[in-house]
Design a protein around this ligand. Sequence first.
Ligand code: ADP
Ligand code: MG
Length: 462
Amino acid sequence: MNSPEFSALPLKPALLENIASLGYTQLTPIQAESLPHILEGKDVIAQAKTGSGKTAAFGIGLISRLDVGHFKVQALVICPTRELADQVCKEMRQLARFTQNIKVLALCGGVPFAPQRDSLLHGAHVVVGTPGRLQEHLQKHSLRLDHIKVLVLDEADRMLDMGFSDIISDVISYAPSHRQTLLFSATYSDTIRKLSQSFQFKPIAVSIDTNHHDNDLAQHFHRVDPAKRLHALGYLLAYHRPESTVVFCNTKRECQDVAGSLANCGFSVQALHGDLEQRDRDQVLVRFANKSCSVLVATDVAARGLDIKELQAVINYELPWDPEVYVHRIGRSGRAGKKGLALSLCAETELDRVKAIEDYLNISAHWDELAPFKLSYERRFQPPMITLWIDGGRKQKVRPGDILGALTGTAGIAATEVGKIDVFDKHAYVAITRQYADQALTCLRNGKIKGRRYNVHKSQWD
Ligand code: ADP
Ligand code: MG
């Protein structure tokens, strides 16, 4: 049933030619799953991650349903934001390029109302808009939906997140009940299912799940007053309480300042920048990787090659100028199927950097409010582990198994309380759960590793 070639679909030759001219030869998986049903006129609820080609899936569907000679609005696409609506509009026009006669109109807020009303008077086949402005046009009768054949809810999950549920219901109430309704979403939830139940008729559900880590990485952007940036960072760390976070700064100076301030607020934090001596750098990385330190404040250069597994969050204290740097930074979180968070603080003057990221990744930024928050110095954010330093390493033929053996043997500490063991040339580190750290320290000091006694102490930061 699902052919990966567009040419196998029942589409007009001119439209097929145009699709080919856009460089689309094969259908993306979500297109292959949904388009055949859409072309049959069925209601479809489709879920696939961002960038999977959902726009063309409904775009090709609705364009092939249009009666071009009939100058009425026959298709309506509702999008969460103006940027997204503009993007969808652009793609619709590209897809409709094979004929001069298809008119696609954007109706979004933030721009004057009257010119939109005038454009509507001239007639349009397809309207793409944001909920609020569409509702306004409907209430003022400048837009009529009596001839709608296809109605699309794009990024439905985000529209619900943004609280558009009631406005959407109102907008849809103006459309004829005999219509095709398509619902697209990057995620699936009970509220999406409810939305579908309210507005769709016997919908066919298609879903493309991928194991690609993009799926598991949530990107959130937060507007911030530059004077309250540190405060906002403290809030994000306290709110999400990630076990391991890398905070990226654009300069070494800022990196040191931020790490210092966070430490003063009781966070378990270390700075990673180019001025560190190799030995200190090793220790910082060891403590971070073994969960004795929860927050690493780093510059891009210093973090190069950093490969920490299970990094829960990446925070951009300040966004980089280059979207590619952003991609490198956030690519460190959510690896190997683990859930990841990418949080970015952005001042008013830095909004163009977000725009560059949106363009580069072909996404539209998800903005979240920062709740009022008090940074209290009594708060303590303790990491789960403590690092012990041992003055013997490879040169002394100390191996990880020997250290583990010394701990679990005489001291009777359960192996589950022992974390990562890193052996260097002349010394080694072992992570112990906070609760057993003192017991482990005593045991290693008084006992022997491979028949020899070693100097052992807590790392200088614990
Ligand atoms: P989504 O809405 O799922 O996030 P988009 O519809 O924005 O994704 O598509 C992402 C990109 O993929 C766009 O640049 C689009 O032009 C491109 N694209 C869509 N369908 C195809 C296809 N069949 N072949 C190649 N590129 C495609
Ligand atoms: Mg989309």
